[in-house]
Ligand binder design. Structure first.
Ligand SMILES: [Fe+2]
Length: 239
């Protein structure tokens, strides 16, 4: 697929035409379909979305080669956390339930003992993902939002806080790796069965989820963590 760089002058509908994966990002910014011929810049103004931040997130999502370190290092932590939380909500409320419904549809259709192991493997994986997201939502992100709030004021809270972004960095594991095991199970090892298109649908969804998670982890590891480290450093200097 030819990679294009999305700009503020482009129509939102043209972005969808050129890469349908963009659709999933709109709800994360509160953009609803039915936007007519409006441009990205128009929509961002109406929705009070920071245009540069929107473009950064869309372009890094659609194009793995697009990763302008300098611009990304300058992003506002609160905007970034808002975006990541919205992505988590999408995984938890939309993507995972849909994957679960496909697995149970597969189970109902395919009469093979291996389906029990497949379901077990999938359930364990979902539990791992859910724990990972819950830790970020309940511990890591609130800490980051708190230090960002202090940074925007004048005093430093770091003396009293028993947490740092290093702790998050150390325990931030890779949740997309097991997804490729699950994919391989369906592509290579699950025996031929009369599953028709449901296995293909599951694979398409898993591939889509995997791409989303890879981008998500990249934003967390390469942008969020360095930006928060920088904030922590500034706060220590203020002390
Ligand atoms: Fe994460």
């Amino acid at each position: 697929m030819a990679e294009i760089i999305i700009t503020g002058e482009m129509k939102l509908s043209d972005i969808v035409e050129s890469d349908k994966r963009a659709l999933v990002l709109f709800p994360r910014f509160g953009i609803e379909l039915g936007f007519g011929d409006k441009t990205v810049a128009d929509i961002c103004t109406r929705r009070e979305i920071d245009l540069q931040f929107f473009l950064l997130m869309v372009n890094t999502f659609l194009n793995p080669d697009y990763f302008p370190d300098n611009q990304l290092r300058g992003v506002d932590v609160d905007m970034l956390i808002g975006y990541l939380v919205e992505s988590h909500n999408y995984y938890l409320e939309e993507k995972i339930p849909y994957l679960q419904s496909l697995i149970s549809g597969f189970k109902n259709k395919v009469d093979h003992p291996a389906v029990v192991q497949l379901e077990k493997f999938f359930d364990q994986y979902i539990e791992e993902v859910t724990d990972h997201l819950a830790y970020e939502d309940e511990t890591a992100f609130p800490y980051m939002a708190m230090i960002s709030a202090y940074q925007k004021k004048t005093d430093s809270p770091l003396g009293q806080v028993d947490y740092s972004v290093n702790i998050f960095e150390d325990r931030h594991d890779n949740i997309q790796e097991k997804l490729s095991d699950l994919k391989n199970l369906l592509i290579k090892y699950f025996p031929p069965a009369n599953d028709r298109y449901i296995r293909i649908r599951m694979l398409n969804e898993l591939i889509d989820f995997e791409e989303d998670l890879i981008n998500h982890a990249r934003i967390e590891d390469k942008v969020l963590i360095p930006v928060v480290k920088q904030l922590e450093k500034q706060l220590r200097l203020k002390k």
